[in-house]
Design a protein around this ligand. Structure first.
Ligand SMILES: [Fe+2]
Length: 379
C-alpha cells in the first residue's frame, strides 16, 4: 500500500535495505557473488542515480510482485552472503565501516516503517491499532528555560563511535546567547494557537506556508480530528482523545514556524538544539518496540518528538561526503530541507544522539515532528 508518494509500502523497506547490502557490499567486495534477482536492482534502488536506473518512488505501491515471501527469501540470501563475506574478509576497516553503515541505514528504515505504517493505518477508515503498548500520561509542561551563554561552541560529532558523514567535521561556531524552552510545545499549547485563529491569520505564516495551508486546506496537525466538539488523535495505539499535556506531534516546519511567531518566540537553530540536547539527553534511548520498553522511558524530554530547527540542511565547514555511490546518501539533499534534532518514540535504540541531523522538506509532517521554542532573550 502506498497512499502518498512519501510513504513506501512496508515490503519495499524490507527489500530496499537488503538491496543496500547487495549493492554496496556484496557486488563490489565479492567478484563471484551473483545477484538474487537482476530485476531487484531496478525495483529496490531508492534514488542512487550512479547505481543505475531505478523504479519511481511514487510508483512503489504498484508493485504487487515480488511478494513478501519472495522478499523474505531475498533477505535470507543476502544475510547469508554477507555473513560468509564477513568470515572471509574479517574486520578490514573499510569493509567493516560499510557493514556498519548498512546496519545504520536499516535502522533509519525501521523508523520510516513505523512512520509509514502509521500513515497507512491512518488513512484506513477502520483506523487499525498497530500496538497495544500503553504510553505514559504526561505531566503539565513546566515551561522553564535553558540558557545558552554567548560564546564559542564545538558543533558536530567528534567521538570514536559511528556517525553519518553530515555530522562531521566538528567545528567551532559563535553563538550570540539565547534561551531554549526545556518543555516541548504541548497539544494544549497548540490548541490555544488554533483557538486564537492561528490557521486563519496569514500574519503568522511564511508565504510558502500560507500557500501550502490554503491549497491543502490545513487547519490542524496531521492525525487530529474533531468529533462532536472534542479533539481526537490517531496514534499507533489507535484513536484516542487528545491529551493536552502530550507534546504536539506531526506538524510541518510551516506550522512550527507559525506557532513560534504567534507565541512571540522563534524556532531554535540546529546548533542551539545540539547544545541543549548534549546537556539534557538521557540515555540509552528506547523506542516503543524495544523489548522491555517501559512507558516512563518515553518521558525523556529530549527524544519524544523530533524538533524542527530554523537551520537549512547544508554542509558543515570542511564537509567531505561519502565516496562513490554513497556520495548520494546525504550530500545531494542539502537543498530546501530543514534540520530536525532529538529523536522520537519511533527512533531505534542507540540511534539517537545530540549530533544526529535529521532533515525533511518544510511541508512534510508524517514523521514524528514537534516544536521546542527558543528566544534571543536570556530568560
Ligand atoms: Fe534508504
Amino acid at each position: 500500500v502506498q497512499p502518498i508518494a512519501d510513504v513506501s509500502p512496508p515490503k519495499w523497506h524490507l527489500a530496499h535495505t537488503t538491496w543496500f547490502f547487495e549493492e554496496v557490499i556484496l557486488v563490489p567486495f565479492n567478484p563471484s557473488y551473483t545477484r538474487f534477482n537482476e530485476q531487484y536492482q531496478l525495483l529496490f534502488n531508492s534514488y542512487y542515480k550512479t547505481a543505475g536506473k531505478h523504479w519511481l518512488q511514487s510508483e512503489r505501491g504498484q508493485l504487487s510482485r515480488p511478494t513478501v515471501q519472495e522478499i523474505m527469501a531475498y533477505r535470507e540470501h543476502v544475510d547469508e552472503a554477507v555473513c560468509n563475506l564477513l568470515t572471509a574478509i574479517g574486520a578490514d576497516s573499510d569493509f567493516a565501516s560499510l557493514i556498519e553503515l548498512g546496519l545504520q541505514h536499516e535502522q533509519q528504515h525501521q523508523e520510516l516503517l513505523l512512520m509509514d505504517i502509521k500513515y497507512i493505518f491512518g488513512v484506513n477508515i477502520t483506523l487499525p491499532t498497530y500496538s497495544t503498548i500503553q504510553l505514559p500520561s504526561h505531566s503539565e509542561p513546566t515551561n522553564t528555560w535553558f540558557t545558552i551563554s554567548p560564546g564559542k561552541y564545538n558543533i558536530g560529532h567528534n567521538e570514536n563511535s559511528f556517525c553519518f558523514d553530515n555530522e562531521q567535521p566538528q567545528h567551532t561556531t559563535y553563538l550570540n546567547g539565547s534561551s531554549i524552552c526545556k518543555s516541548l510545545v504541548s497539544n494544549g499549547d497548540y490548541l490555544k494557537f488554533i483557538d486564537a485563529g492561528g490557521y486563519t491569520n496569514p500574519a503568522y505564516w511564511l508565504s510558502d506556508g500560507w500557500n501550502w495551508l490554503e491549497s491543502k486546506r490545513i487547519s490542524h496537525p496531521l492525525y487530529w480530528q474533531k468529533r462532536d466538539d472534542t479533539w481526537w488523535q490517531f496514534t499507533l495505539q489507535g484513536l484516542h482523545r487528545l491529551e493536552e499535556n502530550e507534546p504536539v506531534c506531526h506538524v510541518s516546519y510551516y506550522e512550527a514556524h507559525a506557532f513560534a511567531n504567534w507565541n512571540g518566540k522563534r524556532l531554535p537553530t540546529e546548533q542551539e538544539l545540539e547544545i541543549f540536547l548534549t546537556a539534557h539527553q538521557e540515555g540509552p534511548h528506547q523506542n516503543i518496540l524495544h523489548k522491555g520498553f517501559h512507558p516512563t522511558n518515553c518521558n525523556d524530554p529530549c527524544s519524544q518528538v523530533w524538533c524542527w530547527s530554523s537551520t537549512s540542511f547544508s554542509p558543515y565547514p570542511g564537509y567531505t561526503p561519502y565516496a562513490g555511490v554513497l556520495q548520494e546518501y546525504n550530500a545531494k539533499f542539502m537543498c530546501n530541507q530543514y534540520v530536525l534534532r532529538g529523536g522520537c518514540v519511533a527512533t531505534p535504540q542507540g540511534h539517537s544522539r545530540p549530533t544526529y541531523r535529521n532533515f525533511y522538506n518544510p511541508h512534510q509532517r508524517w514523521m514524528f515532528s514537534g516544536i521546542r521554542l527558543a528566544t534571543d532573550a536570556i530568560q
